[in-house]
Design a binder for this molecule. Sequence first.
Ligand code: ADP
Length: 457
Amino acid sequence: MFASLRSRLFLTYLAVILATLTVAALALAIFLIGNPLFYRQWYAQQGIALQIMQRRLASRPPEQWQTALKRESDRLAEVLDARVLVLARDGKVHYDTAHGAHPLPLPPLEGILPQRGHVRDAEGHTWVYSARMMPGNVWVVVAHRLPSRLRLLLFTAREWLLPLTEAGLLAILMALVLAWWLSQWVVHPLRHTAEAARALAKGQYQPVPEKGPRETRVLARAFNDMARRVEASQRSQREFVANVSHELKTPLTSIQGFAQAIIDGTARSPEAARKAAEVITAEAARMHRLVVTLLDLARLDAGTADLQREPLDLAVLLQSVLTRFQPQAQQAQIHLALESEGDLTLRGDADRLAQVFTNLLDNALKHTPPGGEVRLQASRTASGIEVRVEDTGSGIPPEVLPHIFERFYRGDKARSGGENAGLGLAIAGEIVRAHGGDITAHSIPGKGSVFVVKLRP
Ligand code: ADP
C-alpha cells in the first residue's frame, strides 16, 4: 500500500512534521511555564487592585486607615478570589484574609516601590503575589494560588494549540503537494527508462530523454549508452552472419558447379575432370581456412585462445618474418627493410605475433606500387616496445580508416572474395590486445600508411 515513492515521501514528511510540532509544543510549554511573563495576567490584576485600594485609603482620614484596611482587604480577597495580607514594615503579619492558613514565606519587602514575585508555601503550592505600600506605612500583599503546572498548561493551551494545529495542517497540505511534485520529478524519467527497457527487450531502440534530478539523468544516459551498444552489437551480429554466409556462398557455389559437372558428364575428359577436382579442392581449402580463421577469432574473442607466452626477442622474430617476404618484395620491386634498436625481448606467443606482422607486411606489400618502400621499425619506449610498419603505398582514405579493424571489412570492395576476407586486421587486433597491447593505423592517402603496434615487455 505504501510501496510507491509518493506515499513513502508523504509519510516521511508527515513524520517530520509531527515530530517538529511535538518538539515545538513541548518547547513552547517549557518556555511558558518557566517564563515570568506567564504570570502577567495575575500581576496585572493584582497591581490594579492594589492601586485602587491605595487611592481609596488615601482619600480617607488617617484614623480610619486601620479599619478601612481590613475591610478593603476582605473585599479584595473576595472579589479577586485571592489571599490578602497586611504586613508591618518589619514583615510582621497584621492581618491575613486566609485565617489559619500556612504562612506565606514572603521575602523581605523593602523600599516603597510595589513589588511582585512568586513563592512556594509549606504545602508546595505556588503563590503569585504583588505587594504595595499603603498609607500608614504598611504593606498590602495580594496573592493568588496557582493551579498545578499541568492544569496551567491546559488552561493556556487554547492560546497556542489552535495556531499550532493550523500550522500543522498547512504543513501537511504542503507536504502532500511537495511529495506529489517530487515524485513526479523522479518517477516520470524512471517510467520512461522502464518503458525503453521493455521496448529494447522487444528489439526496439528508443532513446530515453535525460530529464529529472541528476541521478535519473545519469541513469538515462547510462541506459542510452547501453541501448546503443546493444543495438550496435545486434547489428554487427547480423552483419557478421550475413558476411560469413556471403563468404561461404562463393566457394560453395563453385564446388557445387564443378561437382555437378563431374556428375552430369560435362567435365567428361580426364583433363576437365581433374581441373574440376582441383577447383573443388582449392575452394574447399579456402572454406576450411575461413572457418579456421573464424574459430580462431571466436576463441580470441572469448579469451579462450591458448597463448603460449614465452620470453622472445622481437628483433629475431621480425627478421624471420621479413626474410619470408623478401622474395615477394623483390618480385614486386619494393624495398623492404628492418630497423631495430634497444632491448626488444618480451613475453609473448611467437607464432601469434608472427601472424600479426605477417598480416601487416602482406597488406603493406599488396598496397605499395613497384619502386616503393616498406619499412619495419622496432624500438624500445618508456612504456614498452613499439613496432611501426610503414609503407609508401596507396594509403587509406579517411572514411575507410576507422573501419579497417572491423571483421570482414575491406576497403577495396573489388577484392572481395580474396584470401583474407577482410579478417586479417581484425585477427591482428585481437592478438595484440590478447597480449595486453594496442594497434593503431595512420595514413595519408596517396603517400602511405603506418601501422603502430605497442606491446608490453
Ligand atoms: P584484407 O587484407 O583481406 O582486405 P585486412 O583486415 O587485412 O583485410 O585489411 C582491411 C582493409 O584495410 C583492406 O581491405 C584495405 O583496404 C585496408 N588496408 C590494410 N592495410 C593497408 C595498407 N598498408 N595500405 C592501404 N590499405 C590497407
